[in-house]
Write a protein that binds this ligand. Structure first.
Ligand code: PXG
Length: 287
């Protein structure tokens, strides 16, 4: 049976789920999105994802033509329609079809799309041995150009950084901000451990306010692990005891090398392993 894709309240077979070539989401990357996961039929922090989608949309003056409650329901309905209990969900709202000009006022109606699919997980080996990553030369969006807090359909600099990583044999790449500080990876937030304290860049370093990041900060606090949100440099990562990434797809994944420098003893550290396990329990609802 073909997967069903939700577009504006209707389900289409995957093969027939199509959007106009005049859609400004395609023409200009004019739209917003969310990526989330469901565990045993329950979407992890669905409300937070919906809330972030609305904030992204507000920031680009895009009116989402349904209510947050109806969209949350549509996400659950689409998962049920596809019999998916452990899945990945991509929620997209585009500006809609318009003319071949930038003017968003000349578009018709925003397109609301929900794609649900089986989740493709990183191999176990990445969690057991940790990732090796590199620093990309492509920086994160300058906040004065396009706020990195907006999860927009413009991910081109992250795509370019990802390509740099892949060429170096790494599945993730570290991105700096316009000040040369550590921002985040192409699709994951970054944490380090120094002297038992968890450190991560603050939102004003120009990063996405990751939902997994927030959950990990809460878990650390629950387990009396001190957390500080401060500016970090590559040097801080080089000399860290531990490093890990967080994201909806990856959950918590250890990093053991940055730009060929071994981090800590080169294996996933105890705080990383603890938070990974705790996050797994939280997402799967057994705390
Ligand atoms: N930073 C950026 C830039 C992201 O796009 C995260 C951090 C993690 O946020 P959450 O809320 O998921 O904890 C993201 C996540 C991918 C992929 O292929 C990742 C994201 C979006 C699209 C694709 O890994 N976003």
């Amino acid at each position: 049976m073909s997967l069903k894709v939700y577009i504006n309240g209707q389900y289409f077979d995957k093969e027939d789920a199509k959007i106009s070539v005049y859609d400004h989401g395609l023409l200009y990357g004019d739209g917003v999105f969310e990526g989330m996961r469901s565990y045993g039929g329950v979407v992890f922090r669905l409300e937070e994802h919906i809330d972030r989608l609305w904030k992204s949309a507000r920031a680009i003056l895009l009116d989402i033509p349904v209510t947050p409650a109806d969209l949350a329901q549509a996400v659950n309905d689409t998962l049920a329609e596809n019999n998916l209990s452990d899945g990945y969900i991509r929620l997209i709202v585009t500006r809609g079809a318009g003319t071949l000009g930038l003017d968003p006022n000349r578009t018709s109606n925003p397109q609301v799309i929900i794609i649900t699919d089986k989740i493709t997980l990183y191999p176990d080996e990445y969690y057991e041995n940790g990732l090796e990553i590199i620093t990309a030369s492509t920086i994160r969006n300058h906040p004065a150009a396009l706020s990195p807090r907006i999860k927009s359909l413009n991910y081109l600099n992250n795509v370019l950084a990802k390509i740099e990583g892949l060429k170096a044999g790494c599945i993730e790449a570290l991105m700096l901000n316009h000040k040369g500080e550590v921002a985040e990876c192409t699709g994951d937030n970054v944490f380090i451990v120094q002297q038992g304290t968890l450190l991560t860049p603050a939102i004003d370093a120009g990063i996405l306010q990751g939902i997994t990041r927030e959950a990990v900060i809460e878990l650390a606090k629950d387990h009396s692990i001190p957390v500080r949100e401060i500016p970090l440099t590559r040097h801080d990562i080089f000399i860290a005891e531990e490093c890990f990434l967080t994201g909806s797809a990856a959950e918590v994944v250890p990093v053991v090398k940055l730009d060929d420098r071994v981090i800590g003893d080169g294996t996933p550290g105890p705080i990383t392993r603890k938070l990974k396990e705790q996050f797994g329990r939280l997402a799967r609802g057994k705390r």
